[in-house]
Design a protein around this ligand. Sequence first.
Ligand SMILES: Cc1cc2nc3c(=O)[nH]c(=O)nc-3n(C[C@H](O)[C@H](O)[C@H](O)COP(=O)(O)OP(=O)(O)OC[C@H]3O[C@@H](n4cnc5c(N)ncnc54)[C@H](O)[C@@H]3O)c2cc1C
Length: 322
Amino acid sequence: MAGLVAAARARELGLDPVVIEKGTRAGGSMLLSSCVIWRHLDWDDFRAECPDGDEALQRSIWERLDDALAWLVSLGADPVWDDTENPRTTGKRFDPRALTQLLAHDVRLETELEADAEPPLLLATGGFGKRLAAGRGLFLRANPWSGGAGLDYGLARGAAVTTGMDEFYGRAMPAPPARIREQDFVPLAQLYGREARVLTDDGQDITPAKVAWHENDLAQLIGSSAWYVVGKANDRIEAARAAGGTVVDRDDGSIAVHVAAGVTHTIGGLRIDTRARVVGLDGVWAAGADAGGVATGGYASGLAQALVLGLAAAEDAAGYSP
Ligand SMILES: Cc1cc2nc3c(=O)[nH]c(=O)nc-3n(C[C@H](O)[C@H](O)[C@H](O)COP(=O)(O)OP(=O)(O)OC[C@H]3O[C@@H](n4cnc5c(N)ncnc54)[C@H](O)[C@@H]3O)c2cc1C
């Protein structure tokens, strides 16, 4: 998303950007998402839920999101929800296909970010979720192309990274042999972990004393294999069963669902300032999940991060001279 947003804003500012897209389609993980672009309603909640992030960067995203959403609407994006359905957050929901179509313009498909690409350059490759998932044996619940090219580009030139490089935003998903297609990423998310007992494969109870509303903490905890045990079925469990996941109806009436974490995107990344400039690199910006320091220690909207930082990068790069 960040690259498409930046390009749209850059065109508005009279520039002629080129979007290089490694995949076979535009839209990245935004296209696969629920497309709720949100912020915490209350600034203190954001800080408390993502305590290890860069406060100035968090503050700029939190303060700029409402205007950024108004900008999207001014381009012609039609919200399907005018606000979130979560009392802790505010934002808008869009149709991801329609939003991609609106933003994608002259995207050069199936082209890699070049190692010798010249500034001014925006890194917006969606983080390194593919690499993190492969390294830990986890399922990739995201576009299949975000393998860390932006991070590598920055690191090769001496850029610094944030803390939280081992954190990811993810969801508990039905463990193999469940068949999970891209269109199943949202409905198959096993989002009832707060009501479940969590067991390891050998039956050890690892249920945390407290689970966050977003359950991202549970996704980190369960890793590549665990069980959710609940008292009664729900739609997501039935969806897991229908997809061939392992769902066991136990003699005591409870239901055990074999789950594994699916990685959506990384939380750590390149260190940037509030104008999305990569700290220490002249003429290079990073936006979206290529940047770290926003949701560190918790969970915040990846789409908000992509939208606000994509705009910030385009606006700052418009004034760039080598
Ligand atoms: C199922 C699902 C549901 C989600 N729901 C929500 C939600 O409701 N709200 C929310 O805030 N977030 C949600 N997210 C997360 C959100 O989609 C991401 O945070 C967001 O898309 C990240 O934006 P980005 O621009 O960093 O990456 P992306 O949108 O993934 O875009 C990165 C692009 O870079 C391309 N790329 C990668 N490597 C290269 C390379 N070497 N050269 C060229 N191009 C490259 C990729 O193909 C991709 O098109 C969801 C994600 C998924 C998968």
